[in-house]
Design a binder for this molecule. Structure first.
Ligand code: ZN
Length: 373
């Protein structure tokens, strides 16, 4: 069933889509690298791997057009020349740089944005321990986004006790919001939903990015296809190619939420290549995602009745494109009678939210130290 669904998802993702119009290109030049951000009017369906020709980097965007005046004044720099032209259905971007020209990468940052990074000569785009966010307001942990999984027509999994995942996730999300607000009164908490409503997966990430979130926490419940089932405990996921078929099945079940959406063409197929690209887009902060995920597992096992099943990794649509550290928590197996009873109870939800808050506390200490605050 899961495999059949995965095949359907992959097939639908290859349907043609209307041309995207590239609308803005902005640049950020530092000694270490040149960052070029390309924004489009709609989902950028595809782009080709950057091609190097001498001091020029060429990137082609199939099925796209561009608007006049799209190159921002931030790209006016003595070391940099940008040129855009239309060749049949392709928009071709040429970037000529008189300096830099180390490793070149192009990755998605959300559905409508692609970021090209040109490292300085001899440098690498790989993030080193020293190449972490610098201390400035841009990285200040001032907004935390809490995502209650599912909602409305998308009930999520149904528990062995008849309770729906969407109701448990919302209850825990609200408890966590209150705890974060009490502990960090200067931090804004953004909820992707506050009621029993359906919110598309892409929109959840979009809400997080638009509210300039510095941390994204997606809350879910796990479930096995047959009930009752002995599997139980908590897993926290980060976005990366999966290590095992169990992780892939969890992601396939969560990603199936897009069946309730009108325009599922927007989701690029999460095959191995695309998942690697999506993961690369998050590499500057993946170690923070790992830190939070590991904290959550530790705090859940010490604070709640739930067993820790460890940190895991897979491709979740809801995490793709998040431009901030992010995790997805599978709080408990609602296909297991003990886990279901616990996570459906006020006590279980309250303790789980408390455990996540404690994990955030540890995260904040590490994060602030890392950015030098
Ligand atoms: Zn879920």
């Amino acid at each position: 069933m899961v495999r059949a669904l995965a095949i359907i998802l992959i097939v639908v993702c290859f349907r043609s889509v209307p041309a995207a119009e590239l609308q803005n290109i902005s640049c950020e030049v530092t000694e270490q690298r040149i960052l070029i951000t390309i924004k489009s009017s709609s989902t950028i369906d595809a782009f080709q791997k950057p091609e190097r020709k001498g001091s020029t980097v060429i990137i082609r965007f199939p099925s796209s057009t561009f608007s006049k005046g799209l190159i921002d004044s931030s790209c006016t720099n003595g070391n940099l020349a940008l040129n855009v032209e239309q060749i049949r259905t392709f928009t071709v971007l040429r970037i000529t740089a008189s300096s830099h020209l180390g490793d070149v990468s192009a990755v998605r940052s959300g559905q409508q944005e692609v970021v090209v990074t040109i490292a300085s000569a001899g440098g690498s785009n790989e993030q080193s321990e020293n190449n972490i966010p610098t201390p400035n307001s841009h990285w200040k942990l001032d907004v935390i986004v809490i995502d209650a999984g599912h909602g409305g027509v998308d009930a999520g999994a149904e528990g062995v006790n008849g309770i729906y995942e969407k109701n448990i996730t919302l209850a825990i999300a609200k408890r966590l919001r209150t705890l974060v607000q009490d502990k960090y009164p200067d931090t804004k908490v953004v909820m992707t939903r506050e009621t029993d409503t359906f919110v598309e997966l892409y929109k959840r990430t979009q809400i997080a990015n638009e509210s300039k979130g510095k941390l994204f926490i997606s809350i879910h419940c796990n479930s096995m296809p047959s009930k009752p089932h002995p599997a139980r405990g908590t897993e926290t996921y980060i976005l990366r190619p999966g290590r095992n078929s169990d992780a892939a099945s969890v992601a396939a079940r969560e990603n199936a939420s897009i069946q309730f959406e009108k325009l599922i063409d927007r989701y690029a197929s999460l095959n191995e290549d695309n998942l690697i690209l999506a993961t690369m887009a998050q590499r500057s902060f993946v170690r923070f995602s790992e830190e939070l995920a590991s904290n959550i597992q530790k705090c859940v096992s010490s604070r709640t009745q739930l067993k820790s099943r460890g940190v895991n990794q897979a491709g979740f649509f809801v995490l793709v494109g998040a431009s901030m550290p992010n995790v997805l928590i599978e709080t408990a197996f609602i296909s297991n009678p003990e886990d279901a009873a616990y996570i459906s109870s006020v006590n279980g939800q309250s303790e789980t939210a408390q455990a996540v808050l404690e994990a955030i506390n540890g995260y904040v200490r590490t994060y602030e130290k890392a950015i030098g605050q």
